[in-house]
Design a protein around this ligand. Structure first.
Ligand SMILES: [Zn+2]
Length: 118
């Protein structure tokens, strides 16, 4: 299974630098290719909502920006969860959350709107 974030999020587009780099690398095209190539190789591709994939601790589900904590900024490449004290590498933590969201999507009954490509 391959899980990707749906990056049509407003926050991304509000950030000019990010919007530019996403269009530069053709992220949307990359995701489209995963969508149609995954089934050709017997894989399942799932697209998930990117909400909180960065801010949430993949161990205890604590969300930064709650309980008087600061939200992580782009400069925070590593951080320690104030709730469970797990030390995270930002993108590794986010990838665990993205995978978990993808697995949850797989467990839901399929509908026409399912973001799953088999
Ligand atoms: Zn935690």
């Amino acid at each position: 299974m391959v899980v990707g974030e749906n990056l049509k999020s407003k926050n991304m587009l509000k950030n000019h630098a990010l919007a530019m780099s996403i269009s530069d690398v053709g992220w949307r095209m990359f995701i489209s290719m995963l969508e149609y190539k995954a089934p050709m190789y017997g894989r399942t591709f799932v697209e998930v909502d990117p909400a909180y994939t960065t801010q949430q601790c993949s161990e205890c589900k604590f969300r930064m920006g709650t309980n008087n904590t600061h939200k992580l900024t782009l400069k925070d490449r590593e951080w320690t969860c104030p709730n469970c004290e797990t030390h995270h590498i930002r993108d590794w933590n986010a990838s665990k959350n993205i995978l978990a969201k993808g697995l949850i999507e797989l467990l839901k009954p399929l509908t026409e709107d399912s973001p799953i490509y088999k």
